[in-house]
Ligand binder design. Structure first.
Ligand code: PLP
Length: 401
């Protein structure tokens, strides 16, 4: 197979699966009847609606099973951002008489960080716990941040930029010991690594369909039974009156099938992805000078590799990779287009000039060794070309820096 974008080279290489994934054919097939045939509102009484209601039920079961939850603890939403907003704002509202202090981390997704900042404008206090050089939460800092008025700990399961997986079980135990609710943004983890809300002591968990080969615009919030947070969307009685609005039946069916597919092949897929990821990481570190891996060397998402290349701009690297048909990212899709370096890379202690030269490659089970080999060769060429134009690189080679 030939890759790249010239006349005879047409194949694209998609290495941005942290931004979104290709929806599975199986998911699409399962969704189709629920657009033009079984279009009934699943809340309706007549028997025509029975099929839709049953399909929603089935999907809820499959979605819950993947994290060891009960089906009545799954509340479908329009995605990860909505679930994060709902969890944090609703806990703040429910407990504001008990306290107004929230603990999160410096490397959260903007859906969490900006919600916390919104609450800060409305009288809440937020502690942003630091991470170590690999992006792991400092547990001692987390424990000492706890106060009598702390009402929520919200820490992501796995980071979307550098892939570091957090010690959820330890965090859950700390939360439980102190009788504080624990929310986790598991958008990058759900369907990719094993999660269990019981074992990990998770009270609230956000996930999103399009990050694990399901449809876009559908996600869910897991709310542990007994946690009495209110609704974000007011209206009808859907989702036990906690998330109003006619159910997105095709989307719900889709996320259910995607969850089922993920659960069936999880171990096998993880093994395959880890092998290819490590092959990629080892080649890049060995063959490209002045390069480092960001994130934890072992406790990282099976499909995530994130590098910094000194003396170059990540944006230029991305544009030149795109010219070769390679889709990659500099980190968060939300910061692309802005010139600020990623808050995650700064949080793990990288200086601004190095954080600017970052590249995130996120694989899927469909990624091949051939694609990785082609990508590594292109990175080598492009990095060399960009450095040849960099006065800083010249100076450093002459020993001026
Ligand atoms: C993608 C992502 C989100 C947002 O999910 P949407 O479904 O796109 O709203 C939130 N958190 C993390 C960690 C993500 O990777």
């Amino acid at each position: 197979m030939v890759f790249g974008k010239s006349e005879e080279k047409q194949e694209m290489i998609y290495l941005d699966n942290a931004a979104t994934t290709k929806m599975s054919e199986e998911v699409f097939t399962a969704m189709k009847p629920f657009f033009c045939e079984q279009y009934a509102n699943p809340s309706a009484i007549y028997s025509f609606a029975g099929g839709s209601a049953k399909a929603v039920d089935e999907a809820r079961k499959k979605t819950a099973a993947l994290i060891g939850a009960r089906l009545e603890e799954i509340y479908f939403t329009a995605g990860g951002s909505e679930s994060d907003n709902w969890a944090i704002r609703a806990v703040a509202e429910l407990y504001n008489t008990k306290g107004k202090h929230i603990i999160t981390s410096t490397i959260e997704h903007h859906a969490v960080l900006h919600t916390c900042q919104y609450l800060e404008k409305h009288g809440f206090e937020v502690t942003y716990v630091n991470v170590d050089a690999h992006g792991k939460i400092k547990l001692d800092e987390l424990e000492s941040a706890i106060r009598p008025d702390t009402i929520l700990i919200t820490i992501m399961a796995a980071n979307n930029e550098i892939g570091t997986v957090q010690p959820l079980q330890e965090i859950g135990a700390i939360a439980k010991k102190n009788k504080i609710l624990f929310h986790t943004d598991a958008v990058q983890a759900y369907g990719h690594i094993p999660l269990n809300v019981e074992e990990m002591g998770i009270d609230l968990l956000s996930a999103s369909g399009h990050k694990f080969h399901g449809p876009k615009g559908i996600g869910f919030l897991y709310i542990r039974r007994g946690v009495r947070i209110g609704s974000l969307i007011h209206g009808g009685a859907q989702e036990r009156s906690r998330r109003a609005g006619t159910l997105n039946t095709p989307g719900i069916v889709g996320i259910g099938v995607a969850a089922d597919l993920a659960s069936k092949s999880l171990d096998e897929r993880m093994k395959k992805e880890i092998e290819l990821r490590d092959y990629l990481i080892n080649r890049v570190l060995k063959e490209v000078p002045y390069c480092r891996l960001n994130g934890h060397p072992i406790d990282r998402l099976p499909n995530n590799a994130n590098f910094c290349f000194e003396f170059i701009e990540g944006e230029s690297l991305l544009i030149l990779l795109d010219q070769q048909g390679i889709c990659a990212s500099s980190g968060s899709a939300c910061t692309s287009g802005s010139l600020d370096p990623s808050h995650v890379l700064l949080a793990i202690g990288l200086p601004h000039e190095i954080a600017h030269g970052s590249l995130r490659l996120t694989l899927s089970e469909e990624t091949t060794k051939e694609e990785i080999d082609f990508t590594v060769e292109e990175i080598k060429k492009i990095v060399e070309r960009l450095r040849a134009m960099s006065p800083l690189y010249e100076d450093s080679r002459k020993g001026f820096v």
